[in-house]
Design a protein around this ligand. Structure first.
Ligand SMILES: [Ca+2]
Ligand SMILES: [Ca+2]
Ligand SMILES: [Ca+2]
Ligand SMILES: [Ca+2]
Length: 471
């Protein structure tokens, strides 16, 4: 993590107001479903992925007193982070995360327990108490259609899995793991596990593992290629929410006792147990791991909403106060370039550029600037790796930009003698974030970017700015 102080809230506010209201930054956030313990009122809250604070106000979506303990999969988040979907009763509520308002409600024939987006974000799979449905053309209220996939099948949770034969939807419920081809809707496999009351499920990004939590106190390890049960691992108490880290090395399960058990994928043994804070009679609900794999969120029915915990040392637990019970929580996890920064928070979302100070990347130098802790030396929200636009005007990287790049070649990246004027800070010409000088790899990168638009960056970018280039 970037350890430098961040006294830059005012800079972010200024940058935000210059373009759109500050609320537009909401799309780089985790979403959490909260319930008021007195009234039963349900609401969707946002949690900042960088400073881990909750945003208020929340979006209220209902006032059910339904028992939500068995429904840990009622939230879905688009890859961009711009839209969230939350289920309550027979309805799916569509929430615009940029403005943090409800924009639509979609009614299903029965009470909804599990939802999942297809990887293209166009279809929502919906598991109800007595049938599995798809909502196609999800984002277009005019052409949107609700279709029945399988009648009479109870579904607690749905998970999209990348398999060698395409995207498969794993629907768990009623003691069965049903596997559907996401495109053809064909039932690929149907595996029953006697007496199993499934709650939640998760998969590895590489499609090598699917896991299901069971209220009886098990996590079932499932091979999603051959659709066979590998192992059933007992945990200390009823298993609720479950997630897997991006490396697919550790499975996290939140239990009846409100503790997080971390199970080693290779040996399927418990590595350690982390107790969540709260009252003695609280029980755990959901768990969600960030794209970085370092930090995650968990929820329990004790007050104060979601909890933040550190997965690396398994020590740190910090309450994120929302004033309500935490139910389900989902952190942005889509990561197209695999740099451990989710698409929703990545200042160069299709190019590998990890946060400084993580994954072997060095801490930022004093002459460097970051947005969202990723290198961005002109602080415009586009990371250096996808930003070779050095002069104002025009959409594409062009001849004038190349001229500036050439004028900066072989100069110290910490210097201030770059650009055609010979008086610009050189840091922004260090496109790859490597080497002491603006060198051949930076020129190569600039050539790759020639004739293209800068970016793409996340909708919420620029995120928190730190360094000399910040406004
Ligand atoms: Ca990324
Ligand atoms: Ca990136
Ligand atoms: Ca930039
Ligand atoms: Ca360089």
């Amino acid at each position: 993590m970037n350890k430098r102080s961040r006294s830059l809230l005012s800079a972010v506010l200024v940058a935000g107001l210059a373009v759109t209201p500050v609320v537009a930054r909401a799309s780089c956030k985790a979403v959490a479903l909260q319930q008021d313990v007195i009234t039963g009122e349900l609401a969707v809250a946002l949690i900042d992925n960088l400073d881990h604070t909750a945003t208020s106000p929340v979006v209220v979506i209902g006032d059910s007193v339904e028992n939500h303990a068995l429904t840990a999969d009622r939230l879905a988040l688009s890859c961009s982070g711009s839209s969230a979907y939350a289920a309550e009763g027979p309805k799916v509520f569509v929430i615009d995360n940029e403005q943090h308002v409800e924009v639509d409600e979609i009614e299903l024939p029965a009470s909804v327990h599990g939802i999942e987006l297809t990887q293209d974000g166009e279809t929502l799979w919906v598991g109800t108490v007595d049938g599995i449905y798809t909502i196609d053309n999800l984002n277009d209220p005019v052409s949107r259609t609700v279709s029945l996939v399988l009648a009479g099948a109870a579904a607690a949770s749905i998970t999209s899995v990348n398999t060698p034969s395409g995207e498969h939807m794993f629907v768990v419920g009623g003691g069965a793991i049903r596997v559907f081809d996401a495109a053809s809707l064909e039932l690929v496999a149907n595996v029953t596990i006697p007496s199993a009351a499934f709650v939640d499920a998760a998969s590895c990004a590489d499609g090598s593992l699917f896991v299901v939590s069971e209220i009886g106190g098990y996590v079932h390890f499932f091979d999603p290629v051959f659709n066979t049960l590998i192992d059933s691992v007992g945990v200390s108490a009823g298993a609720y929410g479950v997630d897997v880290d991006p490396d697919c090395t550790t499975v996290f399960v939140n239990t009846w006792f409100a503790d997080i058990q971390m199970i080693d994928v290779a040996t399927r043994t418990n590595l350690c147990t982390l107790e969540l804070p709260g009252s003695a009679n609280s029980f755990g609900l959901d768990v969600s791991i960030l794209a970085s794999g370092e930090l995650g969120y968990a929820s329990s029915n004790a007050g104060d909403g979601a909890w933040l915990y550190e997965t690396s040392s398994a020590g740190q637990v910090t309450a994120i106060t929302t004033g309500q019970h935490g139910l389900t929580v989902v952190a942005p996890r889509c990561d197209a370039d695999g740099d451990r920064v989710s698409d929703a928070c990545d200042n160069c979302s299709e190019t590998y550029n990890p946060r400084l100070g993580t994954l072997g990347a060095p801490e930022p130098e004093t002459f460097q600037s970051t947005t969202g802790e990723q290198l961005d030396d002109d602080a415009d929200g586009f990371g250096n790796q996808c930003d070779a636009k050095f002069v104002a005007g025009g959409v594409f990287v062009g001849g004038a930009d190349v001229t500036h790049m050439r004028a900066s070649f072989n100069k110290a990246r910490s210097g201030s003698n770059c650009g055609t004027s010979g008086a610009e800070a050189c840091a922004r010409y260090d496109l790859d974030g490597n080497g002491d000088f603006v060198g051949p790899p930076d020129m190569t990168r600039a050539r790759q970017l020639f004739g293209k638009e800068v970016g793409p960056k996340c909708n919420a970018c620029p995120l928190l700015c730190d360094g000399p280039a910040c406004p």
